[in-house]
Design a protein around this ligand. Structure first.
Ligand code: FDA
Length: 328
């Protein structure tokens, strides 16, 4: 089972805010929260510092996100757009997230762009009320269904939210097939979740996992995480429905290519997924080798935490940001 279908209360204490980056420690959490608070409480300050984040965040507005997608599409890449924000605590903020996605989907349709969207359930109110979150997600799925690429990806957050996220996914999936979850290779439960997704015929994005998790729940060492990633990727590519293989790790990318080629699995049966601004040369290389590549494009004013994670995951990213502070 991906999950047990009964709603259970979400543990508010044990999940840290993160996505698309290396595991965060409690210190990271503190720093991100402080950065978010400082920047969000002063939008002039935030706008002034956006130049630092712009390699990893497409922009603060829908228009800037659409521009980024247009550029990616011109290079043969597809995208998935993520409106940054998570852990909303007020129903009005969750509504704002839903309405922004509805506006975004209308703009994608109008501009005929090759992109779908990714959502975080805590941005749609999962921590406030699971039913409210489901209702917002259902509204997004119904609107997305009218688009040429109707797919909506549910990002996966920390382990305290895994059951609730998969429960919401399975609930909406009974009425809307244009939705799929993310499964994190570092979680010990993930082999069972992958089998469940395969049995459901659901499209999965597989990633390593970006949250600090305890040893009893998650593998801690990179070689073991890579091994798990590859095993799950093979199951999804071999028996699943068009999985998204989300990693920048050259060893895993090569292993996945080799597995598919060795079994005569066509390049059209899966896609690679990478983050906006991370290894753009690899993104183009994969496209020119004939693979489908989707770029995760985050946008919005709540970029501080996301940017912080890009800085802390690799020293090259921090150096890049520092260089942009230099004159000329
Ligand atoms: P990792 O950081 O482990 O590095 C492995 C190797 O990749 C490096 O040694 C280097 O060779 C190369 N590399 C990586 N970054 C580079 C850089 N900036 N420059 C040069 N080389 C670099 N997580 C989650 O918990 N929930 C989610 O929903 C998602 N969603 C998601 C979507 C997409 C499209 C991606 C790509 C990732 C996610 N993630 C995520 C994040 C994921 O779990 C993981 O934390 C990051 O992708 C980092 O792991 P990697 O395997 O990409 O590279």
């Amino acid at each position: 089972m991906l999950c047990d279908l009964q709603p259970t209360p979400v543990d508010l204490q044990s999940t840290q805010r993160s996505e698309g980056g290396l595991p965060t420690s409690p210190n990271d959490f503190f720093s991100m929260t402080v950065i978010d608070r400082i920047l969000d409480s002063n939008s002039a300050l935030q706008a002034r510092f956006f130049f630092l984040a712009k390699r990893f965040v497409a922009g603060e507005t829908i228009d800037s996100a659409l521009d980024a997608v247009r550029r990616l599409n011109a290079e043969g890449l597809t995208a998935t757009l993520d409106f940054l924000g998570e852990d909303v605590a007020a129903a009005s903020e969750a509504e704002h997230t839903r309405d922004t996605y509805l506006e975004l989907l209308a703009a994608i349709e109008r501009e005929a762009l090759r992109t779908n969207v990714s959502v975080k359930l805590t941005a749609l109110g999962l921590r406030i009320d699971e039913m409210l979150c489901r209702a917002h997600l259902t509204a997004i799925l119904a609107r997305a269904a009218r688009l040429p690429d109707p797919f909506v990806r549910i990002d996966m957050e920390g382990s305290a939210l895994t059951d609730a996220t998969l429960r919401v996914f399975e609930h909406v999936y009974t009425g809307h097939r244009n939705v799929g979850p993310v499964i994190q290779a570092y979680l010990r439960r993930s082999a069972a979740d992958v089998e469940r997704a395969i049995a459901l015929g659901a499209r999965v994005r597989l990633c390593k996992g970006a949250y600090a998790e305890p040893e009893e729940l998650a593998l801690q060492e990179m070689p073991a995480i890579r091994k798990s990633f590859l095993r799950l990727a093979e199951a999804l590519i071999g028996r699943g429905v068009y999985p998204g293989i989300a990693t920048h790790d050259p060893r895993l990318i090569e292993a996945v290519k080799g597995y598919a080629a060795g079994r005569g699995i066509g390049k059209d049966r899966f896609e690679f997924q990478l983050l906006y601004g991370v290894r753009p040369e690899l993104q183009r290389e994969l496209v020119s080798d004939g693979y489908n590549v989707r770029v995760y494009v985050p946008f919005g004013t709540h970029w501080a935490g996301y940017f912080y994670r890009r800085l802390t995951e690799r020293k090259e990213n921090a150096l890049f940001a520092l260089r942009s502070l230099l004159p000329g």
